[in-house]
Design a protein around this ligand. Structure first.
Ligand code: NAP
Ligand code: ZN
Ligand code: ZN
Length: 347
């Protein structure tokens, strides 16, 4: 039997989100039915709800930072039981047999992973995300939220946490390394916390000094305004790794000049417009420009365990579902400290 649940959806790219109902599929033998408690608002929700990345599926129920409690499990599920605290991130399935899938990189599935929303499930039906009361997800794409993390501050880890943890680990953020984070928003503030916990010396590169006190409290050692041209003179050649979390096009050439020889500028931001880059900015100093997209399921579990061990939850503003559209406006204006999280009981 399918279950009808309340949700918030964008009816079209031009309309605000509004309350609606959706159907959740019957719990299959490998499925978990999750009673969603909290859903984070990622900037990717905003890009997609406005079809900013191109064609999208409407009505759209965004939300890929999901934390809740297991309400039922299928007959073949052994990993979870009713009452467990669980999370779901940006994907709910993949082919499971291609090379990336077998290597724990389901996000890079060659057949394309099944996105939590704005995707099409293996049943051919559109997927709907976390701005809703319940969701049915394959057990293989459900992760455990450790006891040490409360569900509200854990929800954003399912995207903002893994998206920053994965590249910081991959590119060697740790003791003795100079790491810069561009943009102190949802992803950026988790990047600062995680890089600091990994032992790196952390610098925030923000548009202004408005959030400097917060940045230092989150674990940054230094904080600079990129609106000040002197920042680029002073920090030239300083960093081993720079992680860009910016949602808008940036002058990457200027940021590449801040890398040490052989350093890497890793971009996780997903702006709607292309950038242009003078390739000479990569030549001198043999610079690396790289990208990264979320992380695999096993690494997501590793990240949650790491965050629990180090006491790293997100800094959140808990909102009611009726405030979603207002929250979108505030995220657009870089006015978020540092993740909006929806209390799904208010849907
Ligand atoms: P967010 O909370 O809005 O944070 C983005 C931050 O970027 C802002 O707080 C702001 O920081 C800075 N910024 C915004 N506009 C800027 C501009 N015009 N110039 C310079 N800096 C600007 O967004 P988020 O949720 O962290 O997501 C960030 C981006 O990552 C989005 O594009 C999102 O779609 C993408 N994303 C990618 C992945 C992935 O897997 N690769 C996963 C999740 C999200 P300051 O105020 O400090 O300057
Ligand atoms: Zn996201
Ligand atoms: Zn695959």
């Amino acid at each position: 039997m399918t279950t009808t649940v309340a949700a918030y959806a964008a009816p079209s790219a031009k309309a605000p989100l509004e309350r609606t109902t959706i159907e959740r599929r019957t719990v299959g033998e490998h499925d978990v039915l999750i009673d969603i408690k909290f859903a984070g608002i990622c900037h990717s929700d905003i890009h997609q709800a406005r079809a900013g990345w191109g064609e999208a599926i409407f009505p759209m129920v965004p939300g890929h930072e999901i934390a809740g409690i297991v309400e039922a499990v299928g007959s073949a599920v052994t990993k979870f039981k009713v009452g467990d605290r669980v999370g779901v991130g940006c994907m709910v399935d993949s082919c499971r047999v291609c090379e990336p899938c077998l290597n724990g990189q389901e996000q890079h599935c060659v057949r394309g992973n099944v996105q939590t929303y704005n995707g099409v499930g293996k049943d051919g039906e559109p997927t709907y995300g976390g701005y809703s009361q319940k969701i049915v997800v394959a057990d293989a794409f459900t992760v455990r939220i450790p006891e040490g993390l409360s569900l509200d501050v854990a929800a954003p880890l399912l995207c903002a946490g893994i998206t920053t943890y994965s590249p910081l680990k991959h590119w060697g953020a740790g003791p003795g390394k100079q790491v810069a984070v561009i943009g102190l928003g949802g992803l950026g503030h988790m990047a600062v916390k995680i890089a600091h916990a990994l032992g790196a010396e952390v610098t925030v590169l923000s548009q202004s000094l408005r959030k400097k006190d917060d940045g230092l409290k989150l674990g940054a050692d230094h904080y600079y305004a990129t609106s000040d041209p002197k920042t680029f003179e002073e920090l030239a050649g300083s960093f081993d790794v720079i992680l860009s979390t910016v949602s808008a096009p940036l002058n990457f050439g200027a940021y590449l000049s801040l890398l040490k020889t052989g350093g890497a500028l890793v971009n996780v931001g997903a702006p709607e417009e292309p950038i242009s880059l003078n390739l000479f900015s990569l030549l001198g100093g043999a610079k690396i420009l790289a990208g990264s997209m979320i992380g695999g399921i096993a690494e997501t579990q590793e990240m949650l365990d790491f965050c629990a061990e180090h006491g790293l939850g997100a800094e959140i503003e808990l909102i009611e579902a009726s405030q979603i559209n207002e929250a979108y406006e505030r995220v657009d204006n870089s006015d978020v400290r540092y993740r909006f999280v929806i209390d799904t009981a208010t849907i």
